[in-house]
Design a protein around this ligand. Structure first.
Ligand SMILES: [Zn+2]
Length: 337
């Protein structure tokens, strides 16, 4: 176990790295606000919470955005899935947990293949419990989530009762605003065909189950924690373009909020902080892993939503910048590993 003062310094450097607002989207304001509320490194707080999941426990993860919902529900974006896969991998290796990933039925194939490229074989809940008992296979369970409000609320209650999760983790998953509308960063309503998984996160918070959330724009699950700052600093934060009367900010809050210029970078940094805590390089999301996941996401038709094209420039940032972030995160924590 690395010493605590060193870990704190590394956490702060990871925070700084992933919150450089290269996309000019106002994330530095959200970072300052979240950091003031947390009173410490966001990446560090997230890693501590994830590493505190009981050995052999259950974690619910969500990601995925039907990026052009008004055209087709079959198209997802490529910020989110690789980050979620990196966190699931680190959790399985560090804590031997069952990870249950929830997303739209339409996005399951692409996200499943991304998780598999990260080393996790997709199985059923029953199969996952066998694998967990004898530690013979790194697995992930994928389940579709309802895309209507009534179904989403009913499934929230069923899943909380049946899975009894120890923690919920969300990255780059849009949540509804105060009028129940799901907005894109351009302030339009794109709730059609979208999983109402934010209702599950609200229920988890109500029941006192820890929630860690990663976001880069203000419209994601978890951003309810800094709602005033989303209104003040993010384009369409105070008034959308759909006419609902609200802004794009998501109402769903969280216990630990991680901001980043690109949500995938937040996840890469959290995995690095987990690796530092465990002194275990296997938990890292390495540059090689990132390259493989970028290729896998392109092969599975996930879109660079900034440019409206299927390529590996996630959120409009070049492929090289994503691989570089993975390398820099690894360099930052190398002294602890
Ligand atoms: Zn609206």
């Amino acid at each position: 176990m690395a010493d605590k003062a060193l870990i704190t310094r590394l956490d702060n450097r990871l925070d700084q790295l992933v919150n450089i607002d290269m996309g000019e989207r106002g994330v530095e304001h959200l970072f300052e606000a979240a950091r003031a509320l947390e009173g410490q490194s966001l990446i560090g707080a997230a890693a501590d919470t994830l590493m505190a999941v009981p050995e052999g426990g259950t974690v619910v993860i969500t990601t995925g955005s039907v990026s052009r919902a008004w055209i087709t529900p079959d198209l997802g974006e490529n910020d989110g899935p690789s980050g979620a896969a990196a966190i699931a991998r680190a959790l399985v290796l560090a804590r031997n947990v069952t990870c249950v990933l929830l997303c739209e039925d339409t996005l399951l194939p692409a996200i499943r293949n991304t998780c598999q490229a990260a080393g996790l074989f997709p199985v059923t809940l029953e199969q996952a419990s066998i694998a967990k008992a004898d530690k013979s296979l790194a697995t992930i369970v994928m389940l579709p989530y309802a895309t209507d409000d009534v179904g989403g609320q009913a499934q929230a209650e069923t899943l909380m009762d049946e899975l009894n999760p120890d923690l919920l983790f969300s990255t780059e998953r849009v949540g509804r605003n105060e009028f129940g509308v799901y907005h894109s960063m351009r302030g339009i309503d794109y709730g059609m065909g979208r999983a109402r998984v934010d209702l599950l996160f609200d229920l988890a918070l109500e029941r006192g189950v820890p929630v860690v959330a990663v976001g880069d724009g203000g419209n994601e699950i978890g951003m309810g924690k800094v709602a005033d700052h989303v209104k003040a600093h993010v384009p369409y934060g105070d008034a959308c373009q759909c006419g609902c009367g609200g802004g794009i900010g998501a109402v769903t809050s969280c216990d630990v909020l991680v901001t980043a210029a690109c949500s995938n970078w937040g996840c890469t940094a959290i995995a690095a902080a987990m690796a530092a805590r465990a002194s275990n390089a296997k938990l890292l999301h390495t540059p090689d892993h990132e390259a493989l996941l970028l290729d896998t996401m392109v092969a599975n038709g996930l879109i660079n939503s900034t440019h409206g094209i299927v390529d590996d420039n996630v959120d409009g940032f070049t492929r090289q910048s994503h691989i570089a972030v993975a390398e820099l995160c690894r360099s930052i924590v190398s002294r602890a590993i």
